[in-house]
Design a protein around this ligand. Structure first.
Ligand SMILES: Cc1cc2nc3c(=O)[nH]c(=O)nc-3n(C[C@H](O)[C@H](O)[C@H](O)COP(=O)(O)O)c2cc1C
Length: 193
């Protein structure tokens, strides 16, 4: 299958970077084609500006948005890898969604409501966060994090969310626990695709 992995973390020494490497290696081991868009490395411009609106509405989508849209069009599976920052997506990947999942490309308003223009693709998300999973489960945050991305972004545009891994308690995790996370990532990626 053709995979697009959209990755957002500023630090190549981070756990998220290790998760990225583990994911890509597991996919390649199974013979999948993988394209990685490392948003910090690309210095992706995440702010949806007035000229973007004008361009998108007039059929003159800015070149950097068009380039990212082409990667999505070519992919059968779209995977997002990012840490939870302020209970949501880091600004660079939130801005990627704002600009790239644009009206007319990812969704449109049709005669019967929303046209889901990315239907047929699968979506997968891997997140890490500092707060323990048990606490986020208990206060409804885990459910909130899932619904805003799996339903609010993926399902809204027709992408079928096949799984969403959230690894919590990272701030207090020891090296063994971090290694175990990578094992779980490899197992999940290998079994899903
Ligand atoms: C700007 C910022 C905001 C953060 N917000 C949250 C948060 O809302 N909830 C949480 O549990 N952890 C939060 N964290 C902790 C990160 O999620 C955690 O450090 C990260 O997932 C660990 O993975 P890494 O080593 O790859 O960065 C935040 C960290 C930063 C830098």
């Amino acid at each position: 299958m053709k995979h697009l992995v959209v990755y957002a973390h500023p630090n190549p020494e981070s756990l998220n970077h290790a998760i990225l490497e583990t994911t890509v290696n597991a996919l390649k081991k199974k013979g999948h084609e993988v394209v990685v868009r490392d948003l910090y490395a690309l210095d992706f411009q995440p702010v949806l500006k007035p000229e973007d609106f004008v361009g998108i509405r007039s059929g003159q989508t800015p070149a950097d948005i068009l380039a990212e849209q082409k990667y999505i069009t070519d992919a059968e599976v779209v995977t997002f890898i990012y840490p939870i920052w302020w209970t949501g997506l880091p600004a660079i990947i939130k801005g990627y969604v704002d600009r790239v999942f644009a009206y007319g490309f990812a969704y449109a308003y049709g005669a019967n409501g929303i046209d889901k223009l990315l239907a047929g693709k699968k979506g997968f998300i891997i997140n890490t966060h500092g707060t323990p999973n048990e606490y986020y489960d208990q206060i409804g945050m885990t459910a909130g994090l899932k619904i805003t991305s799996d339903t609010g972004i993926f399902d809204f545009t027709g992408i079928e969310a096949v799984d969403h891994l959230l690894f919590g308690g990272i701030s207090a995790a020891d090296p063994e626990a971090l290694k175990e996370i990578l094992v779980q990532v490899e197992e999940k990626v290998t079994s899903l695709f």
